[in-house]
Design a protein around this ligand. Structure first.
Ligand code: ZN
Length: 394
């Protein structure tokens, strides 16, 4: 379901003057709520295609009865956002299986020298082919960061990942991270990607370092993202200090003592939530967690195909909706997802959630939720705007 700019889909170039109506199951202009059975009426003039209005299809038919109708499939919307991926893992083969085994496969892939800028470039090409231009990417090496900050195909946030589970390393890692981020931020360009910060998870960054990194990100207005509450094993690790994740961390020399609280509550207690982070996955949460998230306006990035592949459980869409927590979509890496086309994750969520998720909420999350997850202003496509500000999902 690769998205394409609306003018490419409706055609009409060289037709001279006239109006066309783009019809889709859901239509969104970034204002208010998406419309089901919606329409975007486009005014054509030589070399120009501009938006006249978005409406229901019934209204478009009665207002412009002579306009040609073009079917645009699931949706017409501002550009979709892939709010969570790891482009430097693009050459990793899709590795389903429980979360803890997957982490071992990622480590082995990286040790083999396959994680880095060569893979990231392939990922950028794949995103471009899918029609994606706005992303949140987790970056683990300087060459990939420099490449992302210098390219023009994408915008969004390149989050610098910090992995430092040993409390005794906290001071040194904090100092290095601050220096590294300053160097990267000097490479930011207007309209290009911004630098962000991503402490890997609550259990792979020590408590003192997590607190300091979050405070630093808040003070510097750096976008912040963290993987949290992804697998059932992570919940068991926090509540009881047992299970597959506890065992694998101990084997790696990073034993993690039970916190006695759920992972989201742990982030709250450390002051991390106060920095307004974007939370990736957020599968294992309860009402208390959702209340903490809504209080700080945190956005949760949902990666449904990755969650299914890694046996992480079903995303609690209804719980988040009940509390008004903003949700976005991401593909996660090619290691846990068959491709980087985030529209496939929207389709997966609709299939998995069934009646619990309506297409309007899913579309809003994929667009507005995505921009909010990245700390960007969600676009609004008003009357007179170029039709190229919209994409058709096909
Ligand atoms: Zn991830």
């Amino acid at each position: 379901m690769a998205v394409r700019p609306l003018p490419e889909v409706i055609g009409g170039a060289g037709r001279g003057y006239g109006r066309m109506v783009a019809h889709a199951q859901v239509v969104y202009d970034g204002l208010g709520l998406p419309r089901e059975d919606g329409a975007v009426t486009v005014q054509l003039a030589p070399g120009v295609a501009s938006v006249v209005r978005t409406s229901t299809m019934t209204e478009a038919r009665s207002t412009y009865p002579d306009a040609q109708v073009v079917e645009c499939g699931f949706a017409v919307s501002p550009p979709v956002v892939n709010a969570h991926t790891h482009l430097d893992l693009t050459t990793m083969s899709h590795t389903p299986g429980p979360y803890t085994g997957f982490i071992g496969a990622v480590v082995a892939h990286a040790r083999g020298g396959h994680r880095g800028v060569t893979a990231a470039k392939l990922g950028v090409a794949e995103l471009s082919a899918a029609g994606t231009r706005v992303i949140g990417d987790i970056v683990t090496d300087a060459a990939t960061m420099e490449y992302l900050l210098g390219q023009d195909a994408l915008t969004g946030v390149a989050y610098w990942e910090v992995f430092a589970p040993r409390p005794e390393d906290a001071d040194a890692v904090f100092a290095t991270t601050v220096q590294t981020l300053a160097r990267f931020r000097a490479l930011e360009r207007r309209g290009g990607m911004r630098v962000g910060l991503s402490p890997h998870t609550p259990h792979t960054v020590s408590a003192p370092l997590l607190g300091r990194l979050a405070a630093y990100a808040a003070a510097e207005r750096l976008p912040l993202a963290i993987h949290v509450a992804e697998s059932p094993a992570e919940l068991e690790l926090h509540l009881r200090g047992s299970g597959a994740l506890a065992e694998s961390l101990a084997r790696a020399g990073f034993a993690f003592a039970a916190t006695g609280v759920r992972p989201v509550r742990y982030l709250h207690d450390l002051g991390v939530l106060a920095a307004g982070p974007t939370l990736v996955h957020g599968v294992h949460v309860d009402d208390d967690d959702a209340r903490l998230l809504v209080r700080v306006g945190a956005v949760v990035v949902h990666c449904p195909r990755s969650n299914a592949a890694l046996e992480c459980g079903t995303f609690p869409w209804t719980l988040y909706a009940k509390h008004g927590v903003e949700v976005a979509f991401g593909t996660d890496s090619r290691g846990s997802s068959p491709d980087l086309d985030v529209t496939h994750d929207v389709a997966e969520a609709l299939a998995v959630q069934g009646k619990k998720l309506n297409p309007r909420a899913a579309l809003r999350a994929a667009v507005k939720g995505g921009y909010k997850a990245l700390g960007m202003l969600p676009p609004r496509v008003v009357r007179g705007a170029p039709a190229a500000d919209l994409v058709a999902w096909g």
